[in-house]
Design a protein around this ligand. Sequence first.
Ligand code: NDP
Ligand code: KPL
Length: 304
Amino acid sequence: MRVLIVGAGAVGGYFGGRLVEKGADVTFLVRERRKQELDRHGLVIKSVHGDAALKVKTLLSGQPADPFDLILLSVKAYHLGQTLASLQPYVGKNTAILPLLNGISHLQEIKKHFGEEVLLGGLCFIESTLNAQGQVEQYSAIHEIVFGELHGETTERVRQIGQLFAGANMQARHSRQIKVEMWKKYIFINAMSGLTSLMRSSIGPILASPFGRETYLRFLHEIVAIARTQEPSLPADLAERILSNMEKLEPAMKSSMLRDMEKGLPIETDHLHGALIQLAAKKMDLPLLKTVYSTLKIYQNGRN
Ligand SMILES: NC(=O)C1=CN([C@@H]2O[C@H](COP(=O)(O)OP(=O)(O)OC[C@H]3O[C@@H](n4cnc5c(N)ncnc54)[C@H](OP(=O)(O)O)[C@@H]3O)[C@@H](O)[C@H]2O)C=CC1
Ligand SMILES: CC(C)(CO)C(=O)C(=O)O
């Protein structure tokens, strides 16, 4: 299976690197600066699961290549539009696109470009970032991809993708309910990125602060209320379940959004918080979600 990883950043670099380590046929679609970095130093992973320094194949957008069997999409949401436009030559009638972005609205955007057939549902659980040397740093025990057909069937291509990941130094799981799982991850990350970025803290001190737990639960309730209008099969007690899972996480855990803010980088608040507000009925009362979104927009506009 020929695999194209689009974006050799914290997510694409990590999972793509784990596939290269396994011996899979992997190419990274990158931009000029990242290409030079990878050509000069290789793809370096510093991880709690073991370090790696790998020689990798790269492709610059516009360079000729046959369509790939699988495209793993791992760019930030604010780069998606221009990235999709550059992918056209590499998408053929047998290509599957597996997006690993946080959020939901990118599914529509990908469909608009390439139609419904190519698109799989996907998400990942990993805590990783690129350091100043362009090395992938990966911190906590979890390093998992979840994937599946949006219609839920177990097709030949998802079987093949399962085989691709099998034996690599990472976890991968096929889901027959990938859309629901994407919504659950979206709710989880919406709340986690929102509050860790708003309070500029990892999760432990937030939950331990005087009204931290209460605020977290209220925020989750707002988010779950919107999500259930879109995906009614989500359980009514999801906010409580997510909070109880959050309490089991390592207290030092941060969202990738907070890590990006600490580096002064752009953030995905339009894609995560803004897109959710757009899905909400006008009459819904969303004080926390709107506070988070407007605070993060102040950061974003300040950068601009
Ligand atoms: N990091 C994490 O812990 C997690 C992140 N996620 C999600 O995964 C997605 C990716 O995040 P992450 O990996 O952290 O982001 P990064 O910024 O680390 O990586 C994105 C990469 O995409 C590259 N890129 C941007 N545009 C293009 C393009 N047109 N062609 C080729 N490459 C391009 C950037 O390269 P360049 O150097 O050229 O700018 C960059 O290296 C996000 O939606 C995020 O929310 C999900 C779970 C965990
Ligand atoms: C919370 C985490 C690390 C889980 O994968 C994540 O998705 C992110 O920070 O973007």
